[in-house]
Design a protein around this ligand. Structure first.
Ligand SMILES: CC(C)(COP(=O)(O)OP(=O)(O)OC[C@H]1O[C@@H](n2cnc3c(N)ncnc32)[C@H](O)[C@@H]1OP(=O)(O)O)[C@@H](O)C(=O)NCCC(=O)NCCS
Length: 207
């Protein structure tokens, strides 16, 4: 008699599989689409620049590092569970100018879909200062709250990364915390973290 009960419990604890988001997304000046292996040269060009990766959790990429990153980005098409991500290439007039990611992080209960996600962005320096990152990230925020049942979006960054902090503020994210010496640097030291957050009602009010 116990087997059916166990089966029922197992069924109840299975979270839903979320569908892949509708892509591409078009904004006024940009196209956001899935990353493909042919993007390797464009992404490799800016990710090999130590100035670009200075505040990223990976060093300037060599060929092996780029191959590993491309594998992760290309696979990031249909996140459904914590630790899975959506990766997007951002194109302007047919040229890849940057990439974005949305990483699902937490769910409320074991049978719930993810409710918290983290944003990330990397743009080629030659396309900086034109609002491309803001335009693309806004579209990703809208996708995040329309396609996924998210309650909260967040970004974590090195507080010295002022361009990224300004981008969070342009997106309407709130500076919620500054935690001290909690991020392990590549040189053996610790750096601080700034936490930015945006809750669904705040996004809906600005939408
Ligand atoms: C973080 C990063 C994406 C920000 O790039 P950015 O060029 O500052 O951001 P945008 O493309 O949105 O451009 C915004 C700038 O263009 C200006 N701008 C010009 N035209 C604009 C427009 N139409 N719309 C909005 N902003 C515009 C803005 O005023 C702003 O300049 P300001 O910051 O001096 O005020 C970029 O610095 C980067 O890739 N850094 C390396 C990777 C990294 O650190 N990632 C984050 C890890 S947490």
């Amino acid at each position: 008699m116990s087997a059916p009960i166990l089966t029922d419990v197992a069924t109840e604890l299975t979270p839903p599989v979320l569908p892949a988001p509708p892509l591409p997304i078009r904004t006024e000046r940009l196209v956001l689409r899935a990353v493909v292996p042919d993007d390797s040269a464009a992404i490799g060009a800016y990710c090999a620049d130590p100035e670009v990766t200075r505040y990223l959790p990976f060093p300037a990429l060599d060929a092996d590092g780029l191959a590993r990153r491309m594998e992760r980005l290309v696979a990031g098409t249909a996140p459904s569970a914590p630790e899975e991500m959506l990766a997007l290439a951002v194109e302007h007039e047919g040229v890849l100018v940057g990439d974005l990611m949305l990483r699902l992080t937490d769910r409320h209960g074991p049978a719930d879909p993810p409710a918290i996600a983290e944003l990330g962005w990397v743009f080629a320096p030659e396309y900086a200062g034109r609002g491309f990152a803001t335009e693309a990230a806004r579209a990703l925020v809208d996708l995040a709250f329309t396609h996924y049942p998210l309650h909260r979006l967040m970004a974590r960054l090195d507080p010295r990364n002022v361009t990224s902090a300004r981008l969070c503020e342009r997106l309407g994210m709130r500076h919620e915390a500054h935690t001290r010496q909690d991020f392990p640097e590549r040189d053996g030291t610790w750096s601080d973290t700034a936490v930015y957050g945006l809750l669904r009602p705040e996004w809906a009010a600005a939408f």
